[in-house]
Write a protein that binds this ligand. Structure first.
Ligand code: F6P
Length: 344
């Protein structure tokens, strides 16, 4: 059995841990591996690398992906799907382990419908894939946000300022919600709940601070959050990525400007950006990614194609790629209510 492995979409802490899990367990099954370079681009252009237990030795704590990644989507370019299928044949690849978020796994799902033996592994710091309690990389991103908030609290307090922290989260506010709860945010703004600027200001104005005995305020805003009644998300004027998503960014600066104007409190904004994705995974993500990797190659062995390894109630299970990529998993509103207890 010859198995191809690819990583697609934004990079994510734990990708290498999954690759190591797949290859180490697969080698014990007697399987051979082909590393596909840069996601689906590597299959469109047939760019591969050697992938044996030697290449995966020592990569568990490494951030990024040794295979490289891209947002290439073969279904978006005429003729690319045919190239993927013929390259798989030319490379004698029997099955494909695809590690990615909804876009990458959406391609894996459609290829499965065309007879390609695909298995998925749920990756994204955004934690917005359906069918799984958690994606790997999310815990690391939340830890980074929580640590950043601890640091920002002390500088905000010293200057009696408001700080607005923009975090990732295109369609779902998981990072903002968990990071903000862990880092004791005074307000958390998420894509699922359009916000009212006057209500935000009421939580952080001088009266509210006095009542709470605080001298500073911290607002966490997901990049996909929008003011109530706004016409779409705040974006950078730089077009779309290869998956067709607009490049988000700027909501933090907008909120900071409004808070300063409406409350008179000196306000600064910080964008955590790709710091949330880079570097070594937490111990939790290393273990989760390893479990996903081992499960994925077991699924190949069992012939369980068209499915994704998933975490449900502590158990690693299998869910259909159709289900996983059908809709985004948005935040648990019960948890948002818990966060609201601490607003102001
Ligand atoms: O991986 C998803 C994500 O983290 C989104 O939250 C964010 O909008 C996007 O990646 C940005 O990625 P890039 O700048 O690499 O295109």
């Amino acid at each position: 059995m010859k198995v191809g492995i690819l990583t697609g979409g934004g990079d994510c802490p734990g990708l290498n841990a999954v690759i190591r899990g797949v290859v180490t367990q697969g080698a014990q099954f007697g399987y051979e591996f082909v590393g596909i370079r840069d996601g689906w681009k590597g299959l469109v252009e047939s760019i591969t690398m050697e992938l044996t237990t030697k290449e995966v030795s020592g990569i568990l704590p490494l951030g990024g992906t040794i295979l490289g990644t891209s947002r290439t989507n073969p279904f978006k370019h005429e003729g690319d799907v045919e190239k993927v299928i013929s390259n798989l044949k030319a490379l004698s690849i029997d099955a494909l382990v695809c590690i990615g978020g909804d876009d990458t796994l959406g391609v894996a799902s459609k290829l499965f419908d065309r007879g390609i033996k695909t298995v998925g592994v749920p990756k994204t710091i955004d934690n917005d894939l359906s069918g799984t309690d958690t994606t790997f990389g999310f815990d690391t991103a939340v830890s980074i946000v929580s640590e950043a908030l601890d640091r920002l609290h002390t500088t905000a307090e010293s200057h009696h300022r408001a700080m607005v922290v923009e975090v990732m989260g295109r369609n779902a506010g998981w990072i903002a919600l968990h990071g903000g709860l862990a880092g004791s945010a005074d307000v958390i703004l998420i894509p699922e709940v359009p916000f009212d600027m006057d209500e935000v200001c009421a939580h952080v104005n001088k009266e509210s601070r006095e009542k709470a005995g605080k001298t500073s305020s911290l607002i966490v805003v997901a990049e996909g959050a929008t003011p109530r009644g706004a016409d779409g998300v705040v974006t950078q004027q730089k077009g779309v990525d290869a998956f067709g998503h607009v490049r988000l960014g700027g909501i933090g600066e907008y909120v900071a400007g409004q808070v300063e104007e409406k409350t008179g409190i000196e306000t600064r904004s910080v964008v955590l950006g790709h710091l949330q994705r880079g570097g070594t995974p937490t111990a939790y993500d290393r273990v989760l990614a390893t479990r996903y990797g081992v499960k994925a190659i077991e699924m190949v062995k069992d012939g369980s194609f068209g499915n994704m390894a998933a975490l449900q109630g502590g158990e690693i299970v299998e869910v259909s790629l159709h289900v996983a990529t059908g809709t985004n998993k948005t935040v648990d509103m019960e948890l948002f209510k818990v966060a609201e207890v601490f607003f102001g």
